[in-house]
Write a protein that binds this ligand. Structure first.
Ligand code: KG4
Ligand code: ZN
Length: 345
């Protein structure tokens, strides 16, 4: 089965052609055009600018990668959650193609895509996924922080989520406070490598809240107060603040993930989303999972950020479950859903 997938939910325009077989997933094409250089000058993603970039990129991306006579079995596109104007470009391109080529279109949830990035990096999941369900999935990105119990393909229970900022957002805000640029996650984690995490005693909000929710805005404020108290900060201070902040974040995430893993008796743990690039988080989860004898899966760096490959894999499992497949005249009513909440309590 060949699937052509598009992703444009934020500031990456991406295209993939997946060739999916019963026990292998082969990417025939996989392209990501990132706008990060453009948004860097604004210190964050500017939705209007992102949409214009998608508009300029999406047709050249399609024409460079697919021939007009190209036959695929399905098209797939991220329809939410994400920036509405960004989503609109991918959705419009995909539904137009689907209509013109008389090919069914699969609408894919971006967060489900992040979960399935694990299938791209772990062959064992492609071959034997059922061995690892129920799995506890920690999803950490720029807009989301969620603990999800995955009971099977497409079968999710939301255990908890952030009540304020997402983890990636907290990294980005701390980077802004320290004048380190955008996106903050990669820079803060790099600076943390050179710092001492025991210098600043930062809070771990909600770590003992007795549920699986998270809160990160107080931690960001604690960093702000720490900086205000210091008045002058040198390079070493910045490294130490980054290390202390990252340590607090990882502590909270790992603590709640392991509590949930225990309570729900899961057979594996998975990490997903842009913050899955964070080495301390991966290493810490790996270590705790090993102690509990639980397999731990995480996506390779190239699939932890936004990409279309993960969308194509999520589409494949939706197709096997006969979910979210749209064809014929129904294509006309396909629309982006910027707040699509797939995971329910
Ligand atoms: O999943 P993603 O690419 O886009 C969204 O769907 O939000 O996630 C982007 C987020 C940004 O907030 C970025 O700062 C964060 O992931 N991030 C990291 C790291 N690399 C990217 N956060 C912590 N450590 C990293 N190494
Ligand atoms: Zn994402």
């Amino acid at each position: 089965m060949r699937i052509l997938a598009l992703e444009s939910s934020c500031d990456e325009t991406a295209l993939t052609i997946l060739n999916a077989q019963a026990d292998s997933l082969v990417l025939e094409k996989d392209q990501v055009y990132s706008q990060v250089d453009i948004h860097q000058q604004f210190g964050g993603v500017v939705p209007e600018v992102a949409a214009r970039q998608h508009a300029e990129t999406i047709i050249p991306l399609l024409s460079a990668n697919i021939k007009s006579e190209e036959k695929v079995d399905y098209l797939a596109v991220t329809t939410g959650p994400g920036l509405i104007t960004s989503l609109l470009l991918g959705v419009t391109a995909a539904k137009t193609l689907a209509y013109a080529k008389n090919t069914p279109l699969v609408t894919v949830n971006h967060m489900e895509g992040h979960i399935y990035s694990n299938w791209l990096s772990n062959d064992e999941l492609v071959k034997n996924a059922n061995k690892y369900f129920p799995s506890l999935v920690l999803i950490v990105s720029g807009g989301h922080t969620e603990l999800v119990l995955m009971k099977g393909h497409g079968d999710y229970q939301l255990l908890g989520s952030t009540v304020d900022d997402a983890v990636g957002e907290a990294f980005d805000k701390v980077a802004k406070l320290l004048d380190l640029g955008y996106p903050g996650g990669p820079i803060v984690s790099q600076r943390a490598n050179d710092g001492d995490c025991s210098i600043y005693d930062l809070p771990r909000p909600m770590i003992n809240s007795g549920d699986y929710n998270f809160s990160f805005s107080g931690l960001k404020t604690a960093v702000l107060y720490t900086l205000e108290r210091k008045k002058k900060i040198n390079t070493e201070d910045v490294d130490n603040v980054c290390a202390s902040f990252q340590n607090a974040v990882v502590d909270i995430l790992v603590n709640k993930t392991m509590k949930a893993a225990q309570e729900f008796g899961v057979k594996s743990i998975m990490l997903a989303g842009g913050v899955a690039a964070n080495n301390q988080l991966k290493e810490s989860l790996q270590q705790e999972a090993r102690i509990k004898d639980l397999p731990f899966f995480f996506p390779e760096l190239k699939y932890s950020g936004d990409n279309a490959a993960m969308i194509s894999v999520a589409a494949y499992y939706n197709i096997l479950n006969k979910k979210n497949i749209i064809s014929g005249k129904d294509l006309l009513s396909v629309a982006p859903q910027s707040n699509w909440q797939l995971f329910k309590k």
